[in-house]
Design a protein around this ligand. Sequence first.
Ligand code: PXG
Length: 443
Amino acid sequence: MTAHAKPPTNDLEAFWMPFTPNKAFKADPRLVERAEGMFYYTPDHRAILDATSGLWCVNAGHCRPQIVEAIQRQAARMGYATSFNLGHPKAFELASRLAQLLPGDLDHVFFTNSGSESVDTALKIALAYHKARGKGSKTRFIGRERGYHGVGFGGISVGGIVGNRKQYGALLPGVDHLPHTHDPARNAFSKGQPEHGGEGFANALEAIVGLHDASTIAAVIVEPVAGSTGVLVPPKGYLEQLRAICDRHDILLIFDEVITGFGRLGAPFAAEFFGVQPDMITMAKGLTNAAVPMGAVGVRGGIYDTLMGDGAAGIELFHGYTYSGHPLACAAGLATLDLYRDEGLFERAAALASGFEAVVHGLRDAPHVVDIRNLGLMAAVELAPRPGAVGARAQEAFHRAFDEGLLIRVTGDTIAFSPSLIADPAHIEEMMATTRKVLETID
Ligand code: PXG
């Protein structure tokens, strides 16, 4: 490598930005420096309406004083304590509160610091569980095309977004993928769950089990509604059937609820919304309203009990992070759960969902729109790609929207909307009116 001068301090160069075209961004940066409720504010005090809840995470809105103050109090009292062979009360309290909120017998919680770590943790628990039952040959994982499970090696292995995998070699061995469930030929412009394909897409799991044999398969992991890849809503009956097939073959079913957890569908978790009980739920994002990084895995009692055994073995699971159960994150998590409860935000999301659906589908006749999909407070508006330039049209829409005072999220040529659960109908109207205006001004 040739020697080169260090960049001056406080320019944009040193920060290697994640999932960002760095050169293009630094040539034409967009900065925000303050946030409150539904809005970000730029350094020159322009308000930007946030149609994405940060990145599907600020479910209770930005900078809520109750959460801010809880973090401040905890930082002043005890900023850090390890959870290895030592405890602090808020970690136990938050785990208990989550166990109450989680569906069915998901009554134990392992803390991580992100969705990616939650996914890797769940996959490791699945392997350790089968081994503890004397079924150590069950080591394969089944993910799904277009699935996003974060960026750890486990997560990109079971994930199905090609761009996130192709730079990183062979990944985990013994992984297979279900087909994705997006079927625009039959299901375009579905409102809520699509009618067609549930049984066929889920039956692909039987074929995969037939190919590898159930004795080699540890777990299936899916997002109940695929978020990152552009809001792919499961067809009717699909998740129920995945559950039945997993039961038939002694395979664990993991729901990755990093996006769908904490009210996004108008219920605490998608598992409850769909009435399908997974064996583990991975979560992050809305757990602390994103005010402090934190993730967690909710685990069924039977899995926990199996791994605990009679306690004679000492450490039952050789796994954990320096920051598992970090005091600031626990304080933020407790204050966030209080806020969701006290303001009835999950119920509010449920009440907003049908109006949101109507307004989003109002974009059907806007230029370039080829599909609209929605469930709860998540929706996608898919645009036709420009010939030879996939993603360029939506990227331009993103830039124009920001100039118009609206933050949207784009993936490929799809615009995703996931407003905070505190949104008013007028905010939602404004999001779609600005989006329409933007679509009318781009080629
Ligand atoms: N699982 C799911 C379902 C996610 O959506 C992760 C795991 C990973 O979480 P962390 O905290 O490690 O990032 C996610 C994250 C997008 C986008 O543009 C979505 C995510 C991350 C980055 C971009 O939709 N979700």
